[in-house]
Design a protein around this ligand. Structure first.
Ligand code: MOS
Length: 737
């Protein structure tokens, strides 16, 4: 180990929580067995729209072990549920789903009761005995139909946005126009959403929750129950995947806290897998029209991108579906429009690469279509239209190494083996093709706080109320601290997931490393100053810049080496403890900042069955400095695995007659399994962003999936000459095309 610490590049460290996770000692929200714990199970409505006319809970209440059946008829009022305010005229509810607050049903499966019993099995059985009568109305859940007969939500953010001339693409020498479809996709993290609640006093509660935002959950629970924020303790030491589903405090969390109070016992509520499709959001389906035109030399003349997507009737969910089209290429004339339709479904939410993952499907396939129309290599076409500065506002980029990413990835997949003419290559009776796509996601940095404690035994403890939904936050933070303070990673402990720690950011939008890495960096710099300060009694001239911090020692110019432990002991202190805060970089106002991914795939398509196999994947990324090599690669691999599902199998299906999900389980909603996942290689430009933050890191979580489906669609076209514009690319579509 030691030899690495004198070199510029430290060795990749293992995931610091890896052993706990794989050996089962890591505790998740549903794994806290508190004395006297009781179990809550939610009952869902069986209609999609209407009102509850009557409920019969007598059988459930008499069922063995049942402590309470909570419905809108007897639910304790949630003080924070103010009068419903609807975002849209004609809508009766708004501001999020207020559970058990009224008798209105807005989607099929909406919770109508919480059954609490002494065991999970008894609660589940009693839940099956709850009966409701509804005054039904005909639900509308069909987006295609809504775009024809309905009206989209109105407002400024849904207006057409034109740069240059709207229809310039029409007069271009070469042009394409097409419609692309993406169905509903669902996060489906391995761990179900779960909340364990214990009221510690009348106005004090502890919650173990699956959340990507420790502080945001603390705030949401405090607001709902009108508690002091400090009197709500949230724990989320481990999170088994989130992908955006755990960015909000959903109504079941409020129901669990309410239920625990009502029965006066600690309560655990775990959503079932089918409920995971209904109650914690999803990536909304989208119908998208794309048109683009270029001159014969490949220069983009104009683009038009219009998206039609779904929201619920009680909330307007928005994401930047068309934003990337305005940003990724230097095109003078771009028109975009984003429409959402309020349907009788639950509210969608952010899902990995929110907006961009959806928008990249038509954008990056459209560019591929154009490349064939122009007979220009797709990478070359992208380079021809590379945006050197932000096409929207002319600002320089804080860093951009997209061209390098194209080249690194092309090299690794063996792009030169690709034939520009489709359907010309076979291997073992399978048709073979290569495809690629680009993607971007905004890079930013927010506010973070951490506590740092350097002790006389030579260890450093860092603490922040942030959670890690999987990317390896503690590992990356440990690496940053190790690089700066000069301690080996095993002497550093990064503790997270407890709201008692100083507030950290919500883990969303690929910002944690940028945000909290800045705080860790600052804390370590402060500690170094304090360590040098300890020396002053012995060596009054010592200046910070003259000291090398390495292997837990300060090395002075005169050759003296003093360990941090000895410096502390000599000064009579047992530790240095600080709280460090960091925020945005005001300098960033002058820049635009994005991370970039380029996905390359090789596919094999069976000519008789239409089966598509992803045979090889290369992900190239410009995410600034790579802080932690292993977790960075893992994150990109995970995004690609999700991308394979989105490209080939994942599709949420609703029976529009009843507005009811028909495949809300893992038997029928197909996520990739190991056999679907080929070798995935990652390659990073690994050059620092010099402006965004002192570590030079941009974000990575979102770009890992953005553009992936298009890369597969483009490879399928290259292999077969068939352009599939509707996801997922299933064998039936291949055979019909
Ligand atoms: Mo992500 S969709 O910001 O968890």
């Amino acid at each position: 180990m030691d030899k690495f610490f004198d070199t510029a590049t430290p060795p990749p460290i293992d995931r610091v929580d890896g052993r706990a996770k794989v050996t089962g000692t890591a505790q998740y929200a549903a794994e806290y067995d508190l004395p006297g714990l009781v179990y809550g199970v939610l009952v869902g409505s069986t209609v999609a729209k209407g009102t509850i006319a009557a409920m019969d809970t007598r059988a459930a209440e008499k069922s063995p072990g049942v402590l309470a059946v909570i419905t809108h008829l007897n639910a304790p009022p949630i003080p924070g549920y103010a009068q419903s305010t609807s975002p849209n005229p004609g809508q009766t509810r708004g501001g999020g789903l207020k559970i058990f607050n009224d008798n209105i049903i807005s989607f099929n499966g909406e919770p109508i009761a919480l059954v609490v019993a002494d065991t999970f099995e008894r609660a589940t059985h009693a839940a099956s005995l709850v009966k409701a009568q509804y005054k039904k109305e005909a639900p509308h859940t069909n987006l295609t139909e809504a775009t024809k007969t309905g009206k989209p939500v109105e407002g400024d953010r849904y207006k057409e946005n034109v740069r240059g001339e709207r229809d310039a693409w029409k007069s271009a020498a070469v042009k394409i126009e097409a419609e692309y479809i993406m169905p509903t996709q669902v996060h489906n993290p391995m761990e179900m959403h779960a909340t364990t609640v214990r009221w510690d006093a009348d106005n004090k509660v502890t919650v173990w929750d699956k959340t990507q935002g420790v502080v945001s959950t603390q705030r949401s629970v405090a607001e709902a129950f009108k508690l002091e924020q400090k009197d709500v303790r949230v724990n989320a030491q481990y999170v088994g995947g989130g992908f955006g589903a755990a960015l909000r405090t959903w109504p079941h969390v409020i129901a669990a806290v309410m239920g625990a109070k009502k029965v006066g016992k600690p309560l655990k509520l775990v959503l079932t897998r089918p409920q995971m499709f209904l109650l914690v959001g999803y990536r909304p389906e989208a119908i998208q029209k794309i048109a683009m035109g270029a001159s014969a030399n490949g220069k983009l003349v104009g683009m038009v991108h219009e998206a039609f997507a779904t929201t619920s009737t009680y909330e307007n969910f928005n994401e930047g579906v068309v934003a990337q089209t305005r940003q990724l290429y230097a095109c003078p004339n771009v028109a975009t429009k984003y429409n959402i339709y309020a349907l009788d479904v639950s509210t969608p939410t952010w899902m990995r690469g929110p907006g961009e993952a959806t928008g990249s499907w038509p954008l990056e396939c459209g560019l591929d279509e154009l490349s064939y129309a122009l007979n220009i290599d797709p990478i070359e076409l992208r380079k021809i239209n590379h945006a050197d500065t932000d096409p929207e506002n002319g600002k320089p980029y804080s860093s951009k190494f997209l061209k390098e990413a194209y080249d690194l990835g092309a090299d690794k997949i063996g792009w030169k083996k690709r034939k520009q003419k489709p359907a010309t290559e076979t291997e073992d009776g399978w048709m073979v093709g290569y495809g690629m796509s680009g993607g971007l996601f905004g890079a930013s940095r927010g506010e973070g706080r951490i506590a740092a404690k350097l002790t006389a035994d030579g260890t450093l403890i860092l603490q922040s109320a942030v959670s890690d939904s999987g990317p390896g936050t503690a590992t990356a933070m440990t690496q940053i601290a190790s690089n700066i303070i000069g301690l080996p990673p095993e002497k550093i402990k990064f503790e997270l997931g407890d709201s008692l720690f100083p507030p950290g950011p919500t883990q969303g939008g690929s910002t944690t490393t940028s945000t909290l890495g800045t705080t860790v960096n600052a804390a370590c710099q402060t500690l170094k100053k304090r360590l040098v300060g300890l020396l002053k009694t012995q060596e009054s001239e010592v200046k910070l810049e003259d000291v090398e911090f390495t292997k837990g020692e300060m090395r002075l110019k005169n050759g003296t080496k003093i360990s941090y432990a000895d410096a502390l002991k000599a000064s009579g202190q047992t530790s240095i403890e600080i709280i460090e805060a960091s925020g945005r970089n005001p300098e960033m106002q002058k820049y635009s900042a994005y991370s970039y991914s380029v996905h390359f795939v090789k596919v094999k398509v069976h000519p008789l069955t239409g089966v598509v196999r992803v045979d090889k994947v290369v992900v190239a990324g410009d995410a600034g400095t790579i802080i932690s090599e292993k977790t960075a690669a893992s994150q990109m691999i995970g995004g690609a695995v999700g991308g394979i599902g989105g490209a080939l199998t994942e599709e949420g299906v609703v029976d529009h007659r009843y507005g009811r999900w028909v495949n809300n389980d893992f038997a029928n909603y197909h996520v990739p399994v190991h056999a679907d996942v080929p070798p995935i290689e990652t390659v990073f430009v690994n050059k620092p962003d010099p402006i965004l933050n002192p570590n030079g890191a941009k974000g990575m979580g979102e770009i890992a999936i953005i553009g992936f489906a298009a890369a597969v669609g483009n490879a399928v076209y290259n292999a077969t000459g068939k352009r599939i514009r509707s996801l997922p690319i299933t064998p039936d579509k291949m055979l019909q095309a």
